[in-house]
Design a protein around this ligand. Structure first.
Ligand code: MLT
Length: 273
């Protein structure tokens, strides 16, 4: 991984392949390794940039609160540090999608396309925001173990949990290795994020919306609502996946992204809108 100084911190990132830049933005409380299969599958087609966000994986940690705006600005700074001048396709899952919204607002000229996986546009309810602040305090006190145990059953489809325990184990290892200050700062930042729903209709870049058919965190209905509001967006439902299709159904997810890239660049054999 490369380590780059960006906006007063150090971010670690995978940077592989060449072609159209594809920026893969991980969910909470994970790191770039959730995209390992997509990095392998797509680096023959594009320049895959898969960072660990501030506070996660091998990137440096900032204490306190890290907003989604800060994370979006970090990504723009990372692209500068990598000398990526060309607009990118930003593919964000869940918290990665929360970061995609301010990236679009603040760095729209850098966007060639959006892939929104299992995310939400709405802000947290006051109760949900309070729950995140409690999670932050608890993780600071007790570490990430309890968070791993409460989140993993909600991240994965029942079939994945029953038949592929190694997938849950992989996520557990990443969560347990996460820095408690990093988790707390992002949890507080997510609690502060504004409602993006009114802006969905203003998005003009080509957009693909992906959702696991059994996602209980960002449901199919919620993702359909996002796709219906973004002009021209296309919704693809990944069967037999929960919130984490990149690790549950990696080949299907990579194929959907590849087909989107092919449509965007006018190459390949993909069809459809
Ligand atoms: C994620 O996968 O990033 C989280 O589920 C986001 C959230 O807690 O809202």
């Amino acid at each position: 991984m490369k380590r780059l100084a960006v906006h007063g911190t150090v971010l670690a990132t995978v940077d592989r392949g060449s072609g159209i830049p594809l920026l893969l933005v991980h969910g909470f409380p994970l790191d770039h390794t959730m995209w390992d299969a997509q990095i392998e599958a797509l680096c023959d087609r594009c320049r895959v940039i898969a960072p660990d966000l501030r506070g996660f994986g091998q990137s440096d940690v900032t204490e306190g609160t890290v907003t989604m705006e800060q994370l979006a600005d970090d990504l723009a700074g990372l692209l500068d540090a990598l000398e990526v001048g060309e607009p990118v396709v930003l593919c964000g899952l869940s918290m990665g999608g929360y970061v995609a919204w301010p990236f679009w607002r603040r760095h729209a000229a850098r966007l060639r396309g959006l892939v929104l996986c299992d995310t939400r546009a709405a802000a947290d309810t006051p109760e949900a925001a309070a729950g995140r602040r409690e999670t932050a305090e608890r993780v600071l006190r007790e570490g990430p173990a309890a968070l791993a145990e409460s989140m993993i059953p909600r991240l994965l489809a029942p079939e994945t949990l029953q038949l592929r325990p190694e997938v849950a184990e992989r996520l557990r290892r990443v969560i347990l290795a996460s820095d408690r200050q990093g988790i707390a700062a992002a949890a507080r930042g997510m609690a502060q994020r504004p409602d993006f729903t009114p802006h969905l209709a203003e998005i003009r870049c080509p957009t693909l919306v992906l959702v696991g058919a059994q996602d209980v965190i960002s449901t199919v209905a919620e993702m359909r609502g996002i796709a219906e509001r973004i002009p021209g967006a296309r919704l693809v439902c990944i069967e037999r996946a929960g919130h984490m299709a990149p690790v549950e159904r990696p080949a299907e997810l990579s194929a959907a992204i590849r087909a989107f890239l092919d449509r965007l660049t006018g190459s390949g054999t993909a069809t459809g809108s």
